[in-house]
Design a protein around this ligand. Structure first.
Ligand SMILES: [Mg+2]
Length: 410
């Protein structure tokens, strides 16, 4: 059976969240910009109005000011964005139980078999989805529809974002006619270096690549060349749902790193931060988990390097350092020493924390109530009010989350 995959993307996500939070910003060129002292003031998001002046994500603040002197600068509030992102996931889960967050403002939905439920075709379902997100969050959502995640992503980025309705559908039938005339840089997976390489051998459009014999690309660029060729045909063998159905049953958190991490010490810091976040969320739900999973992806999106492993605990817990001990052990055992691009930690096999096996050897109740006290302080004063010293080291992402880029690439 053909699948129906949606990629739902939030328009100018951080800027939109800020405008909803402070309606006096409505209609103004709003830019969300990090601390100038820490990252030279890079634009993290720009409202539609600001984009009309040519302001782009990733641009330095000074350039933004010269393009658009009346831009309103807002400091980022990462926790706010995470909260809205989770709220949006919950809305999507009313449409399908197969929702896979891809970044903080993009999520895949597997809508296969849902037409009867909604009594309409994929476009109709996408319209309902957009309407509901707008109603409940005030943020505009765009949906790319495809028969696999690649087609959905291409449909969203290349077409849905540019049309007023915010919906576009690609399929095996129309993929060629819509995407082949596009410049090669528009193909998913082609970065600026690859664009340059491809142009050097005369490949200017996606169709040029599609018409090349796959073998030549494979010989030249190995598995990456082959995957790009498949992308140009609209073929995608990746299986992103399988990994996530497990995560759905528990509490999970993952992040794409702002750069590739090759050093163990740096990776460990992020693992601890992720574990802390997962445990905090489990505790907020009054849950403890018995199964700890670690997901680690290598530096190429398409290339299946990395691993996903889990380990069962003798007793359920939501105490950060108990869970981290397992995460650390899994990482130590399975990491292949190659640079890492994305990490995820989850806690599943959940129990209500009213159930607590009393242990003779450690004061579990005390540890759990200490964790809750820390959570309360953070809820009230922000995630950076109380943190582990390791977050200040070079790998730490906590401050980036809290104030800067979150799941986005710089
Ligand atoms: Mg977006």
């Amino acid at each position: 059976m053909l699948k129906i995959i949606f990629l739902a993307d939030m328009e100018s996500f951080y800027a939109s969240v800020e405008i909803v939070h402070n309606p006096s910003l409505q209609g103004k060129p709003v830019v969300v910009c990090g601390d100038p002292k820490r990252r030279h003031g890079i634009i993290l998001a720009a409202s539609k109005k600001a984009k009309a002046f040519g302001v782009k994500t990733g641009m330095p603040a000074w350039e933004c000011k010269s393009l658009c002197p009346e831009a309103v600068f807002v400091r980022p509030h990462m926790q706010r964005y995470i909260d809205v992102s989770i709220k949006i996931t919950k809305i999507f889960e009313q449409f399908t139980d197969r929702v896979v967050p891809y970044s903080i403002d993009e999520q895949f939905l597997d809508m296969t078999g849902c037409e009867k439920l909604f009594g309409t075709n994929p476009r109709g379902m996408a319209m309902k989805l957009n309407q509901q997100v707008l109603q409940e969050t005030g943020i505009r959502c765009r949906v790319g529809i495809g028969e696999n995640p690649l087609q959905a992503k291409m449909a969203c980025d290349r077409f849905a974002k540019a049309n007023p309705e915010g919906i576009f559908q690609l399929s095996h039938d129309n993929y060629t006619c819509y995407t082949w005339p596009l410049p090669i840089r528009d193909l998913f997976g082609v970065g600026s270096r690859m664009e340059h390489n491809l142009q050097r051998i005369g490949i200017k459009k996606i169709g040029d690549l599609a018409r090349m014999p796959k073998g030549i690309l494979k010989r030249r660029w190995g598995i990456n060349g082959e995957i790009l060729w498949l992308n140009s045909q609209g073929i995608d063998y990746s299986n992103i749902y399988a990994k996530s159905t497990e995560v759905q049953k528990g509490v999970g958190h993952s992040m794409t790193l702002p750069r590739d991490y090759g050093q163990k010490r740096e990776i460990e810091v992020v693992l601890l931060e992720l574990t802390e976040e997962v445990c905090r969320r489990a505790r907020a739900l009054n849950k403890m988990g018995k199964v700890v999973s670690l997901y680690c992806r290598g530096t190429s999106f398409n290339q299946p390097t990395g691993f996903s492993r889990q380990k069962k605990l003798p007793e359920p817990t939501a105490v950060t350092m108990d869970v981290y001990a397992i995460v650390h052990k899994l990482f130590d055992t399975y990491w292949d020493r190659r640079p890492v691009r994305k990490l995820g930690v989850s806690l599943s096999g959940l129990f209500d924390d009213s159930y607590m096996q009393l242990s003779l050897f450690e004061d579990r109740e005390k540890k759990t109530s200490l964790s809750h006290a820390v959570d309360n302080i953070r809820t009230r004063y922000g995630v950076t009010s109380l943190f582990r010293a390791s977050s200040l080291t070079s790998g730490g992402q906590l401050f980036e989350w809290a104030t800067e880029i979150g799941g986005h690439k710089k």
